[in-house]
Design a binder for this molecule. Sequence first.
Ligand code: UDP
Length: 572
Amino acid sequence: MSRGKISIAPKLSKNARTVLAKRYLKRDSAGQPTETPEDMFRRVAKTINAAETGTEKNKTNYEKQFLQTMSNLDFLPNSPTLMNAGRELGQLSACFVLPVGDTMESIFEAIKNTALIHKSGGGTGFSFSRIRPANDEVRSTSGVSSGPISFMRVFDAATETIKQGGTRRGANMGILRVDHPDIMDFVMAKRDLTILTNFNISVGVTEAFMDAVEKNQDYDIINPRNGKVVKQLNATKVFNQIIDMAWSNGEPGIVFLDRLNRDNPTPHVGEYESTNPCGEQPLLPYESCNLGSINLANMVIEGEIDWDKLELTVKLATRFLDNVIEANKYPLPEIDEMTKANRKIGLGVMGWADMLILLNIPYNSQDGIALGEQVMRFINEKAHEESKQLAKERGPFPNITGSIYEADPIRNSTCTTIAPTGTISIIANCSSGVEPLFAVSYIRQVLDNNKLIEVHPLFERIAKERGFYSPELMQEIAEKGTVQDIEAIPADVRRVFVTSHDITPNDHVLMQAAFQRHTDNAVSKTVNFSREATREDVATVYRLAYKEGCKGVTIYRDGSRDMQVLSVAGKD
Ligand code: UDP
């Protein structure tokens, strides 16, 4: 294979290499990688470029640029694109939503389709709101119905089985509307932490419900089988139950359904009823979306944002993601059709916390929040400009007539999404999504029972430059989980190295809202609470997120789950 001038070898961290070798690179039957990370980027650039339009010269040019931007770790597409492009599976999207109707055929069809999607590394979201409640009538058998929650367990079991063989853990989002008769059982569904482990659950909340909460009123509960109001529940009581469960183990989250639909670019095609598993991507039934994220840390040159570089990267990434729609091999014909008719893409960011550190701005400051808004406004505008340009070259998305873009054609019905970037941020060695740092240093347990202290690379550099680095200090930080009260560290350094636990829940929400204001889709964000936080604190944040225009909220109170995925003592 020819090797141009592009070299990525020195840039990838050890962790990045480990992750790539484990799950992304092609491997032989003995499990040994048969390609290097550089080969992987070439494979992806080539496959995505095959969808390019225009002259041969143009095509060569874009292939180089795609390779360069990924190799520099300036932009990375979502994991399925890195894993599957140019390979047999060829499924490139992270996000799917499947319809679940109120019949056995529809429910088990959805389970089969879920299996096909999980096999390829995609995540699935569902609304279970159309399923009739438990103990309702079933004419054909003269029996009683099982209800949405028991069917969710079947989806969960199927996911559990498939994940053994797939490229990565299959993830699901389960949504139930707040006016479904089984809502209270749904809210309590994950009280037992050993069930529905492959699901994130969120209550689909309406404006009418939030209104009723504010006024402490009752609201209607409707049986989806016949559309009849079966009873009323007190909104405050339901809201408090949601808060109580979220306080005790982080779930359910909530999604503001009316708000998703207010921003639905193609209301004539269908209504949003669910998002993807991590909540950042609302999709119509049978729609998929591919995501990609720009590493903002690489957009800072000598202490300032390089806006020209950012603009070029946004435009190139938009083009890349539009090509992914063509290069993709879809798991079902319905998904192929729907995805190509709306052409959604989700460009977002990672390394936001790192960018702030490089600019010497605290995450939890007015300047930080204002800059978040400015950066995302810029990205959103440039992505839309490029998508409009692509519409001129390649035509607008086919469902444009009747959409919000009818008068101003665009190639992609949505352009921006803030993904969690759980794995691609490890590959790019930057902070994830728009989250603050999780820790400045932490202890990693390695195989032989040894402990390794991992230090944030920017902190290590500054500590060494300014002469306060010592292994003992790094150990102390790892144990405390914060640098805020360590006097050996200069105050100006402490100010910018704030971690998710140093930041108030309010500031978490304000940052989420700042990005949401300029994001077509939604923002993946977890609002962290200290262990001591009260239920009232959680309720305040849910209300604030609603008031600030967020599309959903996910919270986590430290220590509230037995097995925490991320703990200060070991992020992996
Ligand atoms: N996702 C999934 N399984 C996983 C991780 C992610 O299905 O183990 C899906 C899910 O839809 C999530 C989306 O991928 O919302 C994006 O997640 P993330 O940004 O963390 O993915 P990355 O590209 O970094 O692997």
